[in-house]
Design a protein. Sequence first.
Length: 465
Amino acid sequence: MIDTHPLSVDAACDAMTSVLGPQGWLRAPEDTLPYRRDWNGGITGEALLVARPGTVEEVAAIVGLAARAGLPIVPQGGNTSVSAGGVPADRPAIVLSLKRLNRIRDISASGYSLIADAGVTLQDAQEAAAGIDRLLALDLGARGTCTLGGCVATNAGGLNTLRYGNAREQVLGLEVVLPDGTIWDGLRRLRKDNTGYDLKQMFIGSEGTLGIVTGVVMKLEPRPLHHVSAFASLSSLDRLPELLEIIRKRSDDRVDAIELCPKALVEAASRKIEGVRRPLSTRADYYVLVRFSGGEPMDRLALEVLEATAEAGAITDAVVAQSGQQEAMLWSLREHALPRLLFDGPMVKCDAAVPIEHTAGMIMRLSEGLSDWDGAWLYSVGHVGDGNQHVTVLGFDERDAADISAFVEETVWSFDGTISAEHGIGHLHRRRFERQKSPVELKLMKRLKSELDPGNIMNPGVFFD
């Protein structure tokens, strides 16, 4: 039975420290700072306690105590959210760090699956899969820090979405601690199961507002024996749909990623990032970075695909990596694309996604519209194959930020797009989120939230005020 007798805040916090033991909690402000400051450094909240449970049962006990005291809980994985979804922004809260839940529970080569604690880093899970000649296809630049639980809670996308899908398509089962402290064991490895609602989907992308993911079953793939990457200069942005069509068709879909890289990225990264240099001497407004993989050497295929795109007039120049070091340099260029690493001054950002065929049109309309603000210019980097572009506006007077943000949002929506493709809502995008959703959608989401979390203790302030 779950104990529901009310507790005071102090009594609940004292009980939590007793459950966790001396190594399982932090309370001093200087010790809790890394857990209550968001990755961008723009939000620093207040933590009543940082709980660092080492078992699922300890997670459940902490949640149960918080529920009895009405204490808000903020689940946190690697704290790499760029939407401030893992810090206590709205009110003092219990920050529940899952980093100590870092055990790979089971891995099966024949079953093509991996079961792991939520606090296992993405990179550790990838390496475990590689150790049995399998591939965990989910991949982000923050792979060494972000955790599987965080990736699931935000429905992370990343570099390989074109071929393998977002986290949602790669999760087979979940274990979740519900807002009253109940543990739901849904760690099933079934590829097919039509027995009622697919409950795990409620928690994927919920950003910790409905429960805390403590365990994950991830789908594994055959590990490609060969891969190669190429970098090409686009003849013009409006040739992007044609380029995508040729690459996918001529490669027989043996392509993992197609990344759009603007001129500003190539120039700034080659100046500022150690080990990065210009891949091509040819100048262009936009470039594409493409990775092919399969069971046989990919070099000939890459050259054939590039020749076909050049003959069609979609690209003007290209280079294929001739070594692992060269390939790593190309991807280092892409992974250092964060605007705050390369540029100074005010920024308006939007993790936009539109239907694939509208990617070029959205970018061009944004670029043209920004001429209404002196000095404003567009920096758009992203995933060509799934319509996701990380849009940043720079070079403007800070007093124009609100108007520019509104222009970006309206432009994205005019293409039937979204203002959060893979970064989540967190605390930063509530206003944008509520403007995008219809009244019916908002009502359904709020009903789900109030039914599962009537005390509103799970990551309050994310999604809704």
